[in-house]
Design a protein around this ligand. Structure first.
Ligand code: NAD
Length: 496
């Protein structure tokens, strides 16, 4: 952050080159109450707009993002150090989610009939009512998708939004806001504020913000959970992971190894659902490890955004954290099978994709989120051993299982502690817009995506209507002894 100028700025640096690429003005804390007030006022228009009209405007947003696809891919890559292809995949995932929300969002929010149970003279249904103003606080690792998706769901549900992008990727957040506005989202319906954690904390604390959707670390998520508990404010927490992959003896090893390399190293391993731990059954472990090593060694790492497979880490602190995890793992007996090298000589925060073999499931490398281009393989006896180890980290974001038997995969998925499970695939669940996404354990609370995700941005209002308009119900005052007797007899007949 640069505070030497009259208006303090956040400077954005390309982690692959360490060169400054731009800056944004920091939103002063004393301007936030007015921003929140405008968001409250904008509800009058946005909340009452027909669902189909909101979907139509969001369709324009989708088209706008596609029209700016190359510019956005390039900007994302420059701000995060990832490759242009990875930047493009973010845009692709964003527009696929938008397509789904525009197509099905209005339907997911339709009032839903419910049974009136024993009361045949009543009609019951559920309304999905927007919370009001949603504060969206997002991280840097996917600055477009993790920012736009909660924003789109909150808007589709009829909320207005105050968004705070990560201070490490402010330019993508700013550009996203501009494109949303150009596509027809009114200025006060979506407001982008820029700042550090104190701006985020002010959003969480303010009474004019009715709900929070936070994506980020467990550490900050805990603080937000406490602040929201204090205010009894609804909150979605999308937090970190330590995702396991299980490779059984009947797996397609070529596919499993390819998935481990993609799941572990794409986005330089800085994906909440990246594969960090691999449990492979002993019988096939040597063959699997050789395939993973070969595929890893074929990857190119470096600052050429168009030619490299693997880009940079976000900053020096993240690079150091990953290298420290690798060092600690080796000190605790793990073996480096590939990589393990600091590639700072390339001019940015690079690390060679690293494959480790660990012999102790309780070491830090198997417990703490690394968030870098590193996977750690552990040999296991069988599927029971694999599932016990996979479920032992305390995290529960997602997991993957490789087996040729889909029946076995489905059974094992049910025993996996994770919000999402892929069978013979990895990470694609996130792109699949109809599947709800979120964690269990320390990986978070609540869901985004799909009908469940969209409805998380709403209050569930239950409505009961009396159908016949009689002057009184039998249990209202006054109640005759005859009615009491009848009720008791009917209870015995119906429920006894
Ligand atoms: P972070 O928690 O440091 O920051 C996330 C956001 O919170 C930033 O915008 C930051 O400015 C803001 N913030 C910081 N302190 C705050 C406070 N006290 N109150 C309110 N806001 C505050 O996380 P990060 O380093 O940006 O992101 C990496 C983490 O995010 C990893 O742990 C990763 O696993 C997780 N993540 C989770 C998901 C998911 O969907 N579950 C997705 C991506 C990343």
């Amino acid at each position: 952050m640069n505070t030497n100028m009259s208006i303090p700025e956040i400077v954005s640096v390309n982690p692959a080159t360490k060169k400054t690429i731009g800056s944004v003005s920091l939103t002063p804390l004393d301007q936030l109450p007015e921003i929140f007030l405008q968001a409250q006022k904008a509800k009058t228009y946005w909340t009452h707009l027909q669902r189909s009209k909101r979907a139509k405007i969001l369709r324009n947003v989708r088209k706008k993002l596609v029209a700016h696809m190359d510019e956005l891919s390039e900007l994302i890559a420059s701000e995060t150090g990832k490759t242009n292809w990875e930047g493009f995949l973010e845009v692709f995932t964003t527009v696929e989610h938008l397509r789904h929300m525009c197509r099905f969002g209005a339907e997911y929010l339709e009032p839903e009939a419910r049974s009136s149970g024993i009361f045949q003279n009543k009609k019951c249904y559920i309304n999905y009512i927007p919370h009001g103003v949603v504060g969206v606080i997002s991280p840097w690792n996917y600055p477009l998708i993790l920012t736009s998706t909660p924003v789109v769901e909150a808007l589709m549900a009829g909320n207005t939004v105050v968004l705070k992008p990560s201070e490490l990727t402010p330019l993508t957040g700013k550009r996203m806001g501009e494109l949303f506005h150009e596509a027809g989202i009114p200025e006060n319906v979506l407001q982008v504020v820029q700042g550090l954690g104190d701006v985020g904390a002010s959003i969480v604390d303010n009474q004019k913000i009715d709900m929070i959707c936070f994506t980020g670390s467990v550490e900050v998520g805990r603080k937000i959970a406490l602040a929201c508990a204090n205010k009894l404010k609804p909150v979605i927490l999308e937090l970190g992971g330590k995702d396991p992959m299980i490779v059984l003896e009947d797996a397609n090893l070529e596919r499993a190894a390819g998935a481990a390399v993609w799941g572990g190293f794409s986005n330089s391993g800085q994906t909440c659902i990246s594969t960090e731990r691999v449990y492979v059954v002993e019988d096939v472990a040597d063959r699997f490890i050789n395939l993973v090593k070969k595929k890893t060694e074929e990857l190119s790492t470096g600052p050429d955004k168009t030619a490299s497979d693997i880009g940079a880490l976000i900053n020096e602190q993240q690079q150091k954290r990953v290298l420290d995890h690798i060092k600690e793992a080796v000190a605790n007996g793990a073996k480096i099978l590939s990589g393990g090298k600091d590639l700072s000589e390339l001019g940015g925060y690079f690390i060679k994709p690293t494959v480790l073999e660990a012999f102790d499931n309780n070491s830090d490398i198997m417990k703490k989120e690394t968030f870098g281009p590193e996977i750690c393989i552990v040999r296991v006896k069988d599927e029971d051993d694999a599932i016990e180890k996979a479920n032992s980290s305390g995290y529960g974001l997602s997991a993957s299982i490789f087996t040729k038997s889909k029946k076995r995969g489905r059974a094992l998925a049910q025993r996996t502690t994770a919000g999402s499970v892929c069978i013979n695939d990895v990470m694609t669940n996130y792109i699949t817009a109809d599947l709800p996404f979120g964690g269990v354990g320390v990986s978070g609370i609540g869901r985004v995506h799909g009908p469940e995700g969209l409805r998380s941005f709403c209050q569930t209002q239950s409505v009961l209507i009396d159908r016949f308009g009689l002057n009184k119900e039998p249990w209202w005052f006054p109640m005759s002894e005859g009615t009491k007797k009848l009720f008791k007899s009917l209870t015995k007949i119906i429920y006894g």
